[in-house]
Write a protein that binds this ligand. Structure first.
Ligand SMILES: Cc1cc2nc3c(=O)[nH]c(=O)nc-3n(C[C@H](O)[C@H](O)[C@H](O)COP(=O)(O)OP(=O)(O)OC[C@H]3O[C@@H](n4cnc5c(N)ncnc54)[C@H](O)[C@@H]3O)c2cc1C
Length: 395
């Protein structure tokens, strides 16, 4: 691939080695049994390798990689197992509101203990809790008719949070949760919401259902319950009522790594399909020679390259200090649609073998589907792209 520095190529190679050594042997194990002890072993290996904080500043205990280099790493991890890439990546999603809020006290009290734990045998994780049973897309869009039920009330010296969040990646593993709550459930989501950091040992915090997922099973998705959870005032991230704007900024960063995860799936599907098509002989020769197969494989290769261009474009914009909701949403939407299309084509090219679990291709489809849903469904991402286009045109 062109345009990468020598350093970036070396890091890409290192990430590929890590993924082959640590992730590949565990991918099917964690797909079948997400609670296997292998998950802890994998987290320990990732923590020691600096993968849990690849784009976190070095001064805070991260690896300090720029967004393009982080995308390269994420692509490699996801090419072996997207669920494992999410197991690592959801941690940065959880820490990001603290970092972006510029609340230095919260950074010291919550981010540093997490990164310091990565040198121990019990690496800690963070999670971000936005979605709730009655507010999924409405939360993301700030739809005028949408209502949040997780409520925050001001009390002496702080706030009390009550409510329930669902589908929270790594929610059952996290020691730190960043949570969005409304000051007024009857008011517009765009104006009424603030973000808070809650340690998982806070009184009244508990983990509810851990959902049985179709794909990306290595990363648990959990319900989180807040029952009169008190947090001091300094745990608020950003201004009161500034939660919606903070979440927009978060998504302009985090949709790019989701694009990189989808890219890893799309590439893996293409590589597996190509290798199979070269070795499988039917109709008098390797099936790769049949024009129908060639056309499918060419389309798969095009999707991989185009998705990579969008992911790196969005990452480069972020690296240049211009986080773009439009570019990150484009990267996420195109890469996730490509991942699903490539996974479907890979199954078709492998024929009956593609349908069997042991070949790992049906897992790609199950994993790929989720990338079209979380961080805003692709329908919602497309609305947001057009919202940004309209804003640029002054409409
Ligand atoms: C495995 C998993 C992990 C997740 N991890 C996290 C996490 O870590 N943290 C977190 O906060 N959330 C997380 N989510 C939540 C995720 O972001 C939401 O599921 C997603 O935003 C969609 O919300 P919803 O599920 O409520 O669907 P809904 O909003 O109910 O949407 C249902 C359908 O209606 C469509 N739709 C909705 N509104 C409109 C509209 N205005 N116009 C047209 N169509 C519309 C949607 O596109 C979708 O097809 C996760 C979800 C899953 C499944």
């Amino acid at each position: 691939m062109s345009g990468l520095s020598d350093d970036q190529r070396q890091i890409q190679e290192w990430a590929r080695e890590f993924a082959r050594r640590e992730i590949a042997p565990r991918a099917l194990v964690l797909d079948q049994d997400p609670e296997s002890p292998e998950r802890e072993a994998l987290l320990r290996a990732a923590a020691r390798a600096g993968i849990l904080g690849s784009n976190l500043p070095e001064a805070l205990g991260g690896a300090g990689h720029d967004p393009v280099t982080s995308s390269l790493i994420t692509e490699e991890l996801a090419a072996e197992c997207a669920g494992c890439a999410v197991l690592f990546g959801a941690n940065m999603l959880g820490l990001l509101p603290i970092l972006l809020s510029g609340n230095f006290g919260a950074i010291e009290r919550f981010v540093r203990p997490v990164t310091q734990s990565w040198e121990t045998d019990r690496p800690k994780l963070a999670a971000l809790a936005a979605t709730e049973p009655d507010a999924g897309s409405d939360f993301i869009m700030g739809h005028p008719g949408g209502r949040m039920r997780t409520r925050v009330e001001k009390k002496d010296g702080g706030y009390v949070i009550n409510g329930r969040k669902i589908f929270i990646s790594n929610g059952s593993l996290a020691s730190v949760v960043t949570v969005f709550a409304t000051h007024d459930p009857a008011a517009s989501i765009r104006e009424s919401m603030s973000c808070f950091v809650v340690p998982s040992d806070a009184e009244g915090f508990s983990v509810g259902q851990v959902f049985d997922k179709m794909g990306q099973r290595a990363a648990p998705a959990a319900e989180l319950v807040f029952d009169d959870v008190f947090v001091p005032e300094e745990n608020r991230l950003g201004n009161e009522g500034g939660g919606f704007a903070l979440n927009r900024l978060i998504m302009s960063v985090t949709r790019t790594p989701i694009g990189a995860i989808a890219l890893g799936i799309a590439r893996s599907a293409y590589e597996k399909a190509l290798a199979y098509a070269e070795s499988r002989r039917q109709g008098g020769g390797p099936i790769v020679r049949h024009q129908a197969m060639e056309i499918m494989l060419a389309d798969m290769a095009i999707r991989v390259e185009a998705a990579r261009g969008l992911v790196h474009g969005a990452a480069a914009s972020l690296a240049a200090g211009r986080p773009s909701l439009k570019l990150s949403s484009m990267a996420k939407t195109f890469a996730s649609d490509s991942a699903v299309a490539n996974a479907l084509d890979a199954i078709q090219i492998l024929g009956g073998y593609g349908y069997m679990r042991e070949y790992g291709v049906e897992k790609l489809l199950r994993d790929a589907k989720l990338t079209q849903i979380y961080e805003g469904t692709n329908q919602i991402n497309r609305f947001e792209i057009m919202e940004q286009v309209a804003a640029e045109r002054g409409a």
